[in-house]
Ligand binder design. Sequence first.
Ligand code: SAH
Ligand code: SF4
Ligand code: F3S
Length: 441
Amino acid sequence: MMNDSTRKLYIETYGCQMNVADTEVVLSILGDAGFRQTDRPADANLILVNTCSVRDNAEHRAHQRVSELKEYKRKNPDVLIGVLGCMAERLRVSLVERNNLVDLVVGPDEYRRLPKLVEDAYAGQRGIAVKLSRVENYDDVTPLRTDGITAWLSVMRGCDKFCTFCVVPFTRGRERSRTLESIVQEARGLSERGFKEVTLLGQNVNSYHDGTYDFADLLTAVARVDRTMRVRYTTSHPQDMSGRLIEAMATHDNICNYIHLPVQSGSDRVLKLMNRTYTVEQYLRLTERIRRAIPGVSFSTDIIAGFPTETAGDHALTVALMNEVRYDGAYMFKYSPRENTKAWEMGDDVPDEVKNERLNEIIALQEGISGDLNRAMIGSEVEVLAERDSSRSADDLLGRTDTNKKVVFARGSAAPGEYRRVRIDRANAHTLFGTLITGAN
Ligand code: SAH
Ligand code: SF4
Ligand code: F3S
């Protein structure tokens, strides 16, 4: 067995922020076992891919990456390759038993066993651990984060909603929450290390409950940790968005005025088939209520095009809903059938070209709406948390507004981690461009 100084881990992460946060848990657990991270797969003796199953193309990409990374094993047989995350739950048979493709397959609730599984794998055994847990929440594992401005903080795991299209309840298991106390403590640690923004994460954070406290309590407690640290959260299910939660957002200045509120479809018939448990009218009433309580709040959403049996009429209702809400942003997807889900049994009757047409139409519509909303901000002054150098030019900084809009501006005297006032000069659907207002903070 190699000694600690030679243990190098290379890890790639796909999928949602939960996976990004989990990778930090994995780095912490394997760090305790002597592994140091490298960003060069050629230097690593352990290569891990943290995977996503949500749509077929996500799984394709992971398969492709695993095959590519296997090259390093071909060159050096001592290298171990492992698949983590949501695909581990779905595909262990084809990954290991059938294709002999990888040495390790470890699901999202089994990361504590990684050090042992890695040892076993070096000893020639194949390491498979894919049990889902009702209790594992890694409450006591401090994720290994590199210093920075913004951090992810996972507050719960799993999902009990069982939307009929979705694999997450199968790949992540039952809903379970960490304790408020340990989350607040972690947030305090982030503040002490100079982080300026924390995003509380869960597939459906609104149903957070640790036995004593709910999500409104948690959000309030985290907001109190450090008034100069912004607090965001994702994702909300419209059904569980409580009045107390809206009130908490309205009350605390450092809770950002931005809500990701996936709607999925604008047709009640389709929403019902999706098991989303709300109607369009209820959803619209909710957004209106939030807008009244939190003036200037911004919304984003997720929409699926081409769910089984979706008609042109259903699609038109989705278009109408988008025109009504006027989201600041939207993530839009083509329906992808997932084995074992309820929707899988409904067939996949919307032809691919129709799905593409509908998807392209809503993407174009959203581009227009986002562009209009952003251009309406030209001339206004916004507060921006500067996050990092802009990818376009080292002279520019990139930051975000409280409402989660990206802002690029000439850096002047500003540095990442600072809150600065910026006047918006120009905008497109994705970014605002502005000028630093000097002499102000
Ligand atoms: N828990 C979150 C997000 C889950 S996955 C929520 O409830 O909103 C993120 C998004 O992927 C979903 O909101 C949905 O729009 C999309 N998605 C999930 N399963 C899908 C599938 N089978 N095909 C296409 N899009 C899907
Ligand atoms: Fe999937 Fe629905 Fe749970 Fe979101 S709420 S993770 S879409 S089952
Ligand atoms: Fe993908 Fe798993 Fe997240 S399926 S979206 S990585 S919970």
